[in-house]
Write a protein that binds this ligand. Sequence first.
Ligand code: PFF
Length: 456
Amino acid sequence: MAGTDRGAWSSRLGFILAAAGSAVGLGNIWGFPTQVGQGGGAAFVLVYLMCVALICAPIMVAEVAIGRRAQRDPVTAFRVIRPGTAWWLTGLLGVLAGVGILSFYAVIAGWTVAYIWFTATGAVTGGQQAFGEFFTAFVSNVPVIIGLTLLVLGTTASIIVAGVHGGIERVTKLLMPVLIGLLLLLAIRAVTLPGAENGLAYYMRPDMSRIWDIGVLNAALGQAFFSLSLGMGAMITYGSYLSRRETIGTAVIWVVVLDTGIALLAGFIIFPAGFSIPGFDPATGGPGLIFTVLPRLFATLPGGHLFGAAFFILLAMAALTSTISLLEVPVAHLIDAHGWSRPRAVLVVTGATAVLAIPSALSNGAVPFFTSLPGLGMGFLDLMALIWNNFALPIGGLFVALFVGWAWRIDGALEELQAEGASFPMPAVWGGLLRYVCPIAIGLIIVFTFRAAFGG
Ligand code: PFF
């Protein structure tokens, strides 16, 4: 069935590596601590973990099952499984989300690339204020920021032209263990800094009154979808390259545990290190949080330049394995559904994404209009993150849950999950979560978020 431009993973490990490469990225190390800081600390962490376990993990299984059954891009996949229905619109939403997310993701990945250089050369020095001022000056430098964004997009495109398998598998195999090792080292250093205990308390002792804060619930849900690459068909696409001989259940557990573990680990670095700085306020860091806290942490380490540069190299590589999956969703769609050649699809999608990326690149102080959009009180990049992460991804996930739970039906999906004698743990629990818990929880969170924003 597979078209000529389709590929396949070489093994289940290949799929786990590629899916983990997609999941682990800026979302874990930049996004998660930033969101925890804005969501009030440990309460956010608790809600996040519940979203991952009860909503996102079951949806990831569903996405991979859809992809493997159909062996097609996310739009065509819904058409193959339920022909003649409108479910394919779920896939189309994902294709758009791929472009939308990549447009701002590439900007932040560009910052990461620049910080390899800054830390290696010791360009950022001085007190905490100096780190913050350096970041502010850097992100408002128009030509540099645009150049870096285009560099990230160009690199992603050039890898994707050659096809997804092979390259990503190999990069990720090396990347994951080294990244985890370095993060562990940094966490050990961070928790032994003076004042670190305040950071640990902030991170681990939840303020229970915030658990039902609709803003926190929506942010945690969106962050969980974003971090696990769910709700936009990335896992459908990657599942479509998975062989029927492999066990989906175990593979998904691996990806979820790795991704969540790495995000939690990042928090054990940022908050202890942050709170060791006098007057530190995690809520005000915004997108610059890690770029101001981490260089200071590296400065406290012997050989800090080296550590810092190694860290940002790994983060840039982790971001790249994620941008690849973001671009692959719309590209796979144009190839599978419209018969485009891979190079043509890559060129067109990358060009469109670059255009959409410009306002995000200019929205952190470079151009006042994009930095604070009139009437919205937020920058263009923040607006993109809000639209795609907080709404598009959970809504995409909601439709995936409804599709598998009620249209394809649990029995049909289980046939795929248990194909060729594969074991799948607790099918009834999975079915219940997918049919009832996921749609109701996501639906309520979305409705209440809208009411809080517009209903007063
Ligand atoms: N999961 C990636 C991260 O945490 O950085 C971002 C991402 C990649 C989101 C792919 C969505 C996606 F489809």
